[in-house]
Design a protein around this ligand. Structure first.
Ligand SMILES: *Cc1c(COP(=O)(O)O)cnc(C)c1O
Length: 385
């Protein structure tokens, strides 16, 4: 299989697995226990917390470990809004469902939510944010990198606007981590979400950076683990794996970025020049280096994915992590794409394990399957491919 769906999930790094095994076998103590097995588990968690913090330039006391990106986003949105500093949230129209759905719930509960529009390249405007801020605004949450088209938002400028008014700023950085250098102090954000399985760690674990002093209400109550912010016995092995994945991502960041950039360049250059009636979407410069989002006019993206799968290439139309029932992408619609463009879109996301040969082969396969699909396309006469 040629796996080009690394935005949906990534293979677990072998070193991560090696680190995790002892915590599933011999080191089974409860991190809250006083005996040495408990202390060993607790110290493993604290080491992992330091690795997570180091990846984003935070202090380890500012890292809340969660069950993943979804829980981190829910904790950020609800944790702030339950604190009751105001009844208005500002977000963007292209967020992941793990931000949009908590926002919709807040609307049902009587809060006001503003969904900032984006331009055709997927960018939020700083001016739009300034205009939306009101006396009641308690939270601004805007993602760092979009999971479908890869556009990077001007988070530093956006966060500055919010913080100058004393409003908490959160960013979902799940897709950006490991693909661009992130420092929470340079960005000036108050909260930032990360997920382990998007950076070659195990699934079901992630983190929320919470800047010291930001007042947030815990959502899961019980034994008081995670500084009282998230009760429940810790998922020790997965946390250890996540910590190792962060360490590997940090140590290899520079070379990974170059690798991603090279593979993406081959994909986009060859697709544009060798397959007619195609466009590459998202911002051409302000983007993560591992995402190539393409529209093939006259082709149905889902048919394309099935054809690619038959040829042992794994790709996606966009947010695979949402639902099985395919609904038209809210991201592409917000970028002003037509129904035909939206349904003809494909997301290719490369990872550390991909090779040049794999992406070259993928383009060869794409050329063939796009030609096949276009031969039977209802749009055939319109384009004369
Ligand atoms: C994958 C993803 C999430 C959800 O993370 P999980 O760990 O799978 O819950 C949230 N936001 C973005 C942008 C994502 O890509």
């Amino acid at each position: 299989m040629i796996y080009l769906d690394n935005a949906a999930s990534t293979p677990v790094h072998p070193k991560v697995i090696d680190k995790m095994i002892p915590y599933l076998k011999e080191q089974y103590g409860n991190p809250s226990s006083i005996h040495r097995l408990g202390r060993a588990a607790n110290s493993a968690i604290q080491n992992a917390r330091r690795e997570i913090a180091d990846l984003i330039g935070a202090d380890s006391r500012e890292i809340l470990i969660t069950s993943g990106g979804t829980e981190s986003n829910n904790t950020a949105v609800n944790g702030i809004m339950q604190h009751g500093r105001g009844r208005h949230v500002i977000t963007s129209a292209i967020e992941h469902d793990a931000v949009l759905e908590p926002c919709r719930r807040l609307e049902k509960d009587g809060c006001r939510v503003s969904y900032l529009p984006v331009d055709s390249q997927g960018l939020v405007s700083v001016e739009d944010l300034k205009r939306e801020i009101s006396e009641e605004t308690a939270l601004v949450t805007i993602m760092l990198a979009n999971n479908e088209v890869g556009t990077l938002q001007p988070i530093r400028e956006l966060a500055e606007v919010a913080r100058s008014k004393g409003i908490v700023f959160h960013t979902d950085a799940v897709q950006a981590v490991g693909k661009t250098h992130i420092n929470v102090n340079d960005l000036g954000v108050d909260m930032l979400s990360i997920s382990s399985h998007k950076i070659n760690g195990p699934k079901g674990v992630g983190a929320l950076y919470i800047r010291k002093g930001v007042p947030i209400t815990p959502l899961i109550l019980g034994g008081g683990q995670e500084m009282g912010m998230r009760s429940g016995t810790e998922n020790v092995a997965s946390i250890v794996g996540f910590g190792e994945a962060c360490k590997i991502a940090r140590e290899n960041m520079e070379q990974n970025i170059i690798h991603f950039r090279n593979l993406s360049a081959i994909l986009s250059r060859r697709i544009l020049s060798e397959i007619p009636a195609t466009t590459i979407n998202g911002h051409p410069q302000q983007r993560i280096p591992n995402n190539v989002h393409v529209t093939f006019l006259g082709v149905n993206g889902e048919d394309l994915i099935i054809k690619l799968d038959e040829n042992k290439v794994a790709a996606s139309t966009g947010s695979a992590c949402s639902v099985k029932i395919q609904k038209a992408s809210h991201v592409l619609k917000a970028m002003g794409m037509s129904h035909e463009q939206v349904t003809g879109s494909l997301r290719l996301t490369v990872g550390t394990a991909n090779t040049r040969e794999e992406v070259e082969q993928t383009v060869d396969i794409l050329k063939m399957v796009v030609r096949e699909l276009r031969a039977v396309s209802p749009y055939k006469s319109k384009y004369n491919f």
